[in-house]
Design a protein around this ligand. Structure first.
Ligand SMILES: [Zn+2]
Length: 297
C-alpha cells in the first residue's frame, strides 16, 4: 500500500510528466467503486483542462486544473426563470467548471497511475484513460479498487496536518495529553495526514518510544524527538523514492519501490540494528507494530 513517501514520489513523477499538458478526452470504465464523483462529472471536469500542477495532499494525488482558453468557454448555467425558483440540479451532477478545479486520486491499496503511449496495451483493471494533447495517455489502474477518483472545485483539504510541514510546537500540541497509545495517535489521519504503519514504526524506533506507550505519558522533549524522527524518516524515504520514480509511473507499472531499509518494521525476531536485541511484534488496533524492547521505552 503506497504510503506518504510513495505518493509524494508518484505525484512528483506525474508533475514532471504531465504538467502543461491538456486533457482532450476521458474514458471511464463501468466499475463504480473507484468513482467518488459521477463518471460524467469527472469526464466533464477534466476534458479541455490544462494540468497546472500535480502535488500531494496527505495520501492523495492532486491535479490542479485550468480551463484551456483556446477552447470555447463552457455554456453558462441556466438562471432561474420568471415565476419559478432556480433550476434545481444536484450539484453532484454538474461538471466542476471553476477556474480552480482539481482532480483527486487516492491510490488505495493497489492503485497505479501510468503515463504511456496510446498504443500501449490496456492493462486489466484500467478504470480511467485520459487522452492528452501531447498524444500520450494517463491511465488509472486498480485491481482491488480501494482507490478513489473524484473532482473538487478547489482547495481540496483531506483534513489533518501535513507531517512534513508541521512545526515542533504544533506537533507537541497535537499529541500532548492524548490517552491513546502513541502508535494509534500517529496513525490517526485527523491529526497527521499520510503517516502509515511502516513509517510510524520506524519513527518510534528512532525516537526511542514504544508503540504502546500512552501518549499522555510522553514528555514534551520526547515528542520533540518524535517530531524530528517522523520528518527524517519521511524525507529519507522520499529521497530514495526519487530514484525509482520511473518504474512506478511508467508504462509497465512495476511496483518495485526502492525502500528505506527498515530498522524495525517487518523484522520480528531479527536482531536490533542498534543493540542486537530481538525485535518484537505486537498487534495494536489490528495493525502490527514492531519495536526493540531495549532501545524503546
Ligand atoms: Zn535495540
Amino acid at each position: 500500500m503506497p504510503e506518504l513517501p510513495e505518493v509524494e514520489t508518484i505525484a512528483r513523477g506525474l508533475d514532471k510528466r504531465v504538467t502543461g499538458d491538456t486533457v482532450e478526452s476521458v474514458w471511464i470504465g463501468s466499475r463504480q467503486q473507484p468513482l467518488k464523483s459521477r463518471a460524467s462529472v469527472i469526464a466533464a471536469t477534466l476534458e479541455g483542462k490544462r494540468i497546472l500542477r500535480v502535488h500531494r495532499a496527505g495520501k492523495h494525488i492532486v491535479f490542479d486544473l485550468e480551463a484551456d482558453t483556446r477552447r470555447a468557454p463552457a455554456p453558462t448555467r441556466k438562471i432561474s426563470r420568471a415565476g419559478r425558483g432556480p433550476t434545481r440540479q444536484s450539484p453532484s451532477l454538474q461538471p466542476i467548471d471553476s477556474e480552480t478545479a482539481q482532480w483527486i486520486v487516492h491510490l488505495g491499496m493497489t492503485g497505479r497511475m501510468v503515463v504511456c503511449e496510446p498504443g500501449a496495451e490496456i492493462a486489466k483493471h484500467t478504470h480511467l484513460i485520459a487522452k492528452l494533447a501531447s498524444g500520450r495517455e494517463l491511465r488509472f489502474i486498480d485491481p482491488r479498487m480501494f482507490g478513489k477518483l473524484s473532482v473538487h472545485s478547489g482547495g481540496f483539504d483531506p483534513g489533518g496536518v501535513e507531517p512534513l510541514d508541521v512545526s515542533a510546537e504544533e506537533f507537541v500540541a497535537l499529541f500532548r495529553g492524548r490517552k491513546t497509545p502513541i502508535k494509534s495517535a500517529l496513525l490517526n489521519q485527523k491529526l497527521l495526514r499520510g503517516v502509515g504503519n511502516i513509517y510510524a514504526d520506524e519513527s518510534l524506533f528512532r525516537a526511542g518510544i514504544r508503540p504502546r506507550r500512552r501518549t499522555s505519558t510522553i514528555t514534551r522533549e520526547q515528542l520533540g524527538k518524535l517530531h524530528r524522527a517522523v520528518r527524517e524518516v519521511l524525507r529519507e524515504a522520499i529521497a530514495l523514492g526519487g530514484s525509482s520514480i520511473s518504474d512506478y509511473v511508467d508504462a509497465d507499472g512495476e511496483e518495485g519501490f526502492f525502500q528505506l531499509q527498515h530498522r524495525v518494521y517487518g523484522r520480528e525476531g531479527a536482531p536490533c540494528l542498534a543493540c542486537g536485541t530481538a525485535i518484537r511484534r505486537v498487534v495494536l488496533g489490528g495493525r502490527s507494530s514492531h519495536y526493540c524492547a531495549k532501545c524503546q521505552k
